[in-house]
Design a protein around this ligand. Structure first.
Ligand code: SF4
Length: 365
């Protein structure tokens, strides 16, 4: 009957509405109340039947929905697995600031499972008043301006430890482009900040030390294992001669070759190779007697040296005093160990006394 009222082409086109695209699809199950699919198609063209009356179409739609639901669940599961595999705490709130989801790292941070806090205000998940205030402030700003914001803040955890965090927040939007929530990532930068503070402190201390050493009257120099100068003061430059002072005043001595300005440089090389902590010796330099004291800063790498001009009146008195004290100390020890140390300390005493006498005799001159 239907075939006479409508052409084959019209019926085929109507059948596509119930997802029948070929002859094999026309199963004529009668579930719609019509004997054949074509009769149902003609009824649709008559306007007396609707596609939803086809039970096969309904089954197909339900099957499709089930498949889509499975895919959606798999996608959500994969996304949650992906989030959980990230070691950085991540959470998302709805527009009102209620917790909608998070990853395992966030659960570990707040010591609570998502099931216990889902749907609650984020301030009840993170027990830190400062965090709550900042989070709310950013949420409001994101609602107004959109985009993404990053803030650094500190908050105390229940175990009394303090965290310094970098909070990255972005808006989530729905299909209409309206703000539907926020996603937040928390980076724990406590260690980084501590290192940075320590580094700043160390740098300031180093700068203070260097500026202090620039002011001391004794010569001071730090060299690396190739005897390249890393730091030196003006008193050192003055000991090395006028030309070196000019270089110092012009651009400093960093990178300069100690071997080219100080003939006793082999003492530095030998000291670095020896691996000793300290070494001290008097050297003749430009007609002056210099007390050279070497200190290992980094074994085999960096060495510091203090050069004391023993001909300077103040230095001479102080050095005489130190050497006299050394003689007294060694003699006291000698008395205590006189039986077996007499020979050795007599020699040291003679050397020290000779140095004292020489200093006095030079002073008299
Ligand atoms: S229910 Fe659908 S498949 Fe079954 S006869 Fe009707 S139109 Fe054809």
């Amino acid at each position: 009957m239907s075939d006479q009222r409508y052409s084959d082409q019209q019926l085929k086109q109507a059948l596509t509405f119930i997802e029948i695209f070929d002859k094999a699809g026309e199963i004529d199950c009668g579930g719609c109340g019509y004997k054949t699919c074509r009769e149902f198609a003609a009824a649709m063209l008559d306007g007396v039947a609707r596609p939803t009356m086809c039970v096969e179409l309904t089954k197909k739609v339900i099957e499709k929905l089930k498949k889509r639901d499975r895919e959606l669940r798999e996608t959500l599961f994969f996304q949650q697995e992906l989030l959980d595999s990230i070691a950085v705490p991540i959470f998302h709130e709805d527009r009102s600031g209620l917790l909608a989801g998070c990853n395992r790292a966030f659960e570990a941070l707040i010591s609570k499972k998502l099931g216990a806090v889902k749907g609650r205000d984020i301030s009840r998940c993170i027990d830190a008043p400062d965090f709550e205030a900042i989070n709310q402030q950013i949420n409001q700003s994101l609602i107004r301006n959109g985009g993404r914001q990053v803030v650094e803040t500190r908050f105390a955890l229940s175990d009394t430890s303090e965290l310094v965090i970098e909070l990255h927040k972005s808006v989530l939007t729905d299909r209409a482009g309206d703000v539907s929530g926020f996603v937040s990532v928390i980076f724990d930068i406590t260690e980084r900040v501590r290192h940075s503070e320590e580094l700043t402190q160390a740098r300031e201390t180093a700068e203070l030390s260097v500026s202090l050493l620039q002011k001391v009257p004794s010569g001071f120099v730090i060299v690396d294992e190739r005897l390249k100068i890393r730091e030196a003061n003006r008193a050192f430059a003055a000991m090395m001669g006028e030309e070196i002072v000019e270089i110092f005043d012009s651009h400093g001595l960093r990178g300069a070759d100690l071997a080219k300005m100080f003939s006793a440089h082999s003492l530095f090389t030998n000291f670095i190779r020896s691996g000793e902590e300290t070494y001290s010796r008097d050297v003749e330099w430009s007609g002056k007697k210099i007390k050279l004291s070497l200190y290992s800063i980094e074994h085999g790498k960096t060495t510091g040296a203090i050069l004391l001009d023993l001909s300077a009146p103040d230095v001479r008195k102080e050095e005489v005093k130190l050497r006299a004290e050394k003689v007294i100390r060694e003699n006291l020890e000698t008395v205590q160990k006189i039986a077996n140390l007499l020979g050795e300390n007599a020699s040291r005493t003679e050397n020290a006394l000779s140095a004292v006498i020489k200093l006095f005799s030079e002073d008299d001159k």
